[in-house]
Write a new protein. Structure first.
Length: 160
């Protein structure tokens, strides 16, 4: 059984993330979407809310959602994962992602990082862009799953 982990903050999950997760699920027997806690980032959604929004947006038996607040490679080792799957958008992602891949490999030799290129329409799509457009009252329905759009609109209405 070949297991892959798709880690991220997913605050909130976008259609760009969903595309990468679903493509990973075609390549591996099982995919774990790992919502990482990051105490240095202020998030719009709690870890539980982020996990719930991912679960509502994906219906595929070989995709599971989990959370972890330690080292990614420790989670991967304990889950028996063989790969970390990341999406690559513009070149701007490359430097950081390459650095992460090298560090993870040196911490845990058995893990490979697999990069999947973002689809053209998702190239400039990020969670922070979606939150900003949502806050300003713009239409985010083509960037995020329905459940996410609904939740952002609800929260942004409360802001005003
Ligand atoms: P962000 O970088 O927007 O804060 P995350 O940390 O949640 O998002 O990202 C998790 C993973 O998803 C990263 O590998 C990132 O490159 C990838 N990703 C994010 N947005 C997209 C997108 N629009 N298309 C493809 N991959 C993406």
């Amino acid at each position: 059984m070949r297991i892959a982990v798709c880690p991220g903050s997913f605050d909130p999950v976008t259609l760009g993330h969903i595309d990468i997760i679903e493509r990973a699920s075609q390549l591996f027997d099982s995919v774990i979407v790992l919502v990482m806690e990051n105490s240095t980032k202020t998030t719009m959604f709690t870890v539980e809310e982020r996990m719930d929004l991912i679960s509502k947006s994906i219906c595929n038996d070989n995709i599971k959602v989990d959370t972890y607040n330690g080292l990614l490679v420790d989670y991967a080792r304990q889950a028996g994962a063989v790969a970390i799957v990341k999406g690559l958008r513009a070149m701007s992602d490359f430097d950081y992602e390459f650095q992460q891949a090298l560090i993870n490999k040196s911490l845990y030799q058995k893990i490979e990082t697999v990069f999947l290129p973002a689809e053209g329409q998702n190239m400039y799509l990020s969670s922070s862009m979606v939150k900003e457009v949502g806050r300003l009252g713009g239409d985010i329905s083509s960037y995020v799953p329905k459940a996410v759009a609904k939740e952002i609109y609800k929260r942004c209405k409360g802001d005003k």
